[in-house]
Design a protein around this ligand. Structure first.
Ligand code: IMP
Length: 425
């Protein structure tokens, strides 16, 4: 396990589906041996759930590494931060007994601040889209509008917001983002920013120095590759790039420092929000997998849509991201199914022809029909001597052969210790 992390180098752990792949548990496992874990994009649209000794711990902005006392954590300039949410998350984790001293938690001054106007715009745009049947199903946390106003160079960053008098002047400036900055919300924001002040730093330089000192660094992706704003199922995607190539920019690290890229996938697929979902299930089977897998959003509580594992999408994600290995999560949830499906190709439903390339337009996504093949299911996840059950092993090998990438880890339960390491690297 230790060799997935290398001294003076960085390892990316990236979701390879629509988010909620179980990255939190996997990052948490590796974090035992990491020195620094970083978030590089997204915001509190993410939600990572980790079970520690029967206790559920959820993080939205802080990397899961925060649960390991030896590990420093960082939030890079590529992240959009709601100061109230981050302050509350730090306080909640402190109450749960975790050490969140400013010496081990680093937040970049240049991270974009999510303001009340961003959240209002997000909800308003979603409502407008819903009137024409084109709602994305965003988390409503203001993520898209915050990135849009950063690109327009309108959004203040955390560093600006903490400057004395800045928010009061901003509120009175007639700026389009001043909407919702009432005296009460300004007071609340200033309190949160005061609390966050000791955590704000030049994170790019901290990462640079730690790498030079030989630290093992991990980048914890949020969401999943199929929600990438360029390579996902646009427009039903999030508003940031999630692919491995964008990770270094989100924290200010040279890309040459990244030597391992681990794609994390569940043994089946889930999706929250609208958009294409090849292999989507319905009825009793969907219900039972949702219940057994607790597939309800950790951020919004919404029911997740359920589908078979999509090998076409996984292979495309592997090409775009350059996975060096894979982690397969939640294999236990499918226990007891006689057959387990895999999407192995896409057909054009108008012509019945197999599609040779990746759908690159919304229209192309609308016209696809998945080809589903079935493998034998498994009654139990563990076979002899802590190896995988034979049917599950066959399923895993099929993924490896399709992608040409080793599956290094198979998670067999929610707890830290429930999992099997394969193909030690
Ligand atoms: P936004 O990121 O809030 O703008 O939402 C855009 C789309 O991404 C919606 O379909 C959300 O449900 C989805 N999404 C955003 N973050 C996550 C996540 O962490 N897990 C799963 N889906 C997400």
């Amino acid at each position: 396990m230790r060799s997935l992390l290398k001294a003076g180098k960085a390892t990316c752990i990236l979701g390879s589906q629509f988010g909620d792949e179980g990255k939190g548990k996997f990052v948490d496992l590796l974090a035992q041996d990491a020195d620094l874990v970083c978030r590089v994009q997204g915001g509190n649209n993410a939600g990572h759930t980790i079970w520690v000794s029967g206790r559920k711990v959820v993080t939205h902005l802080l990397p899961s590494g925060v649960l390991h006392p030896q590990c420093e954590v960082a939030i890079g300039a590529g992240v959009v931060v709601d100061p109230l949410v981050l302050r509350d998350e730090i306080l909640r984790l402190k109450e749960q007994g975790f050490d969140l001293a400013p010496e081990r938690v680093h937040i970049d001054f240049r991270a974009t601040a999510i303001l009340p106007a961003h959240k209002a715009q997000d909800l308003k745009r979603e409502f407008e889209r819903s009137q024409t049947g084109s709602a994305i199903g965003t988390t409503g946390r203001g993520i898209g509008p915050a990135y849009a106003s950063r690109a327009q160079r309108d959004a203040p960053r955390l560093g600006e917001c903490i400057t004395g008098g800045f928010l009061e002047n901003f509120a009175n400036s007639g700026h389009p983002l001043a909407d919702g900055l009432t005296p009460e919300t300004i007071t609340e924001l200033i309190e949160a920013l005061k609390f966050l002040r000791p955590y704000l730093k030049d994170v790019a330089m901290i990462v640079h120095n730690r790498l030079n000192d030989g630290a093992r660094v991990m980048i914890e992706g949020a969401q999943g590759g199929l929600l990438d704003v360029s390579y996902g199922t646009y427009p039903y995607v999030t508003s940031s790039n999630l692919v491995s190539g964008s990770c270094a920019g989100g924290i200010g690290m040279p890309p040459t420092k990244i030597t391992e890229i681990v794609g994390v996938a569940k043994a089946y697929s889930t999706r929250v929000g609208h958009g294409p979902f090849p292999g989507e299930l319905s009825g009793a089977l969907e219900e039972s997998i949702r219940e057994r897998g607790h597939e309800f959003g950790s951020t919004t509580g919404r029911s997740r849509r359920i589908g078979w594992l999509d090998l076409v999408a996984l292979r495309y994600m592997s090409c775009v991201n350059g996975y060096t290995s894979l982690a397969l999560m939640k294999s236990d949830v499918l226990c007891g199914l006689e057959h387990v499906g895999l999407v192995t190709a896409y057909k054009d439903k108008r012509t019945g022809q197999l599609m040779s390339g990746w759908p690159m337009t919304a229209q192309a996504w609308e016209s696809i029909e998945p080809v589903v093949e079935f493998e034998s299911g498994w009654e139990r996840v563990i076979g002899v001597q802590n190896t995988l059950d034979k049917s599950l092993e066959r399923f895993v090998q099929r993924i490896e052969t399709t992608l040409g990438v080793p599956v290094t880890y198979v998670s067999t339960g929610a707890e830290r210790l429930e999992g099997v390491w394969r193909n030690p690297v």
